[in-house]
Write a protein that binds this ligand. Structure first.
Ligand code: FE
Length: 233
C-alpha cells in the first residue's frame, strides 16, 4: 500500500473554534467539508486528544474560519501546534462573537461558517462532527483560500501527529532553494530559521547564525527547542 496516494487528496486550511460561557478554544484543521446543501451541513474531523474536541462535545457547536494564503506561519503555529490548555490562543487575534456565541476568527480569514452539531461518528482516534450551518459569510472577497498543498509547498508547513491526515516520515519540505548561509528547519512545525532574517519575535538580529542563537531560544511558531531543528540539506 503506497500511502503517499493520500497526499493527492486536496484539502483547505481552517481554524475550527468552539466552546461556551467564556471557555473557548480553537485549532487548525484541514478536514472541513460540506456534506449536503439541503440542509446546509458541514463535517469536521477532530482528534479526541485535542482541547477543541472537549469544547465541541460540550457546547454542540463550532465555527470554521477559512484561512487565506496570507496567513502567517506564526498564526498557524499558535492554533495548530500549541495547546489551548496552556495558552490563550485568541490573544492578539481578531475574533468576533458569532451567532452561536462561538468566537469566529477573522484574521486572515476569507470566509467563515458556524454550525450546530447534529450528529457524530466515532472514528477511533478522531470524531467526525456533523454540523448544520446556522450562519456563514465572506470576510475577504479578494484573498485566495489556502489549500493544504499550498501550506505544505509554499509555506513549508507540516501536519502535527494529531492531524487526521498525518503521515509518518514526511520528507522535509522547504519553501526556497538552500541559501548560502545555513538555514535550519523545525522538525515539529516546518518553520525555517534563516540567519539572514533572524527572528524578530525572539529579538534575534538578522545575520545571527543558528549556532549562535541562545540555548534557550525556541521556535517562534511551535515553541520547540533548538535540538528539534535540523540543518537544511
Ligand atoms: Fe516549530
Amino acid at each position: 500500500m503506497n500511502t503517499s496516494a493520500f497526499r493527492k487528496i486536496s484539502y483547505g486550511l481552517y481554524v475550527v473554534t468552539s466552546g461556551k460561557e467564556g471557555r473557548f478554544n480553537g485549532q487548525i484543521a484541514n478536514t472541513v467539508f460540506q456534506v449536503t446543501s439541503e440542509p446546509p451541513t458541514l463535517a469536521v474531523s477532530i482528534n479526541k486528544q485535542n482541547f477543541t474536541h472537549e469544547h465541541i462535545r460540550e457546547s454542540r457547536k463550532f465555527a470554521a474560519s477559512i484561512l487565506s494564503e496570507t496567513t502567517p506561519m506564526t498564526m498557524i503555529g499558535r492554533f495548530g501546534f500549541k495547546c489551548g490548555r496552556d495558552i490563550n490562543k485568541f490573544e492578539g487575534i481578531s475574533v468576533r462573537t458569532g451567532k452561536t456565541g462561538v468566537p469566529v476568527v477573522t484574521d486572515h480569514a476569507v470566509a467563515f461558517v458556524e454550525a450546530e452539531v447534529v450528529g457524530e461518528l466515532d472514528c477511533g482516534t478522531h470524531t467526525i462532527f456533523l454540523g448544520q450551518v446556522v450562519e456563514c459569510d465572506i470576510l475577504d472577497s479578494q484573498a485566495e483560500p489556502m489549500t493544504y498543498a499550498y501550506y505544505r509547498r509554499v509555506k513549508g508547513g507540516k501536519a502535527p501527529k494529531t492531524a487526521p491526515t498525518y503521515l509518518k516520515e514526511e520528507p522535509a519540505q522547504t519553501a526556497a532553494p538552500a541559501a548560502k548561509a545555513a538555514r535550519y528547519t523545525c522538525t515539529i512545525c516546518g518553520y525555517i530559521y534563516d540567519p539572514q532574517k533572524g527572528d524578530t519575535e525572539g529579538k534575534i538580529e538578522p545575520g545571527t547564525r543558528f549556532e549562535d542563537l541562545p540555548a534557550d531560544w525556541v521556535c517562534p511558531v511551535c515553541g520547540a527547542k533548538k535540538d528539534k531543528f535540523v540543518k537544511e540539506a
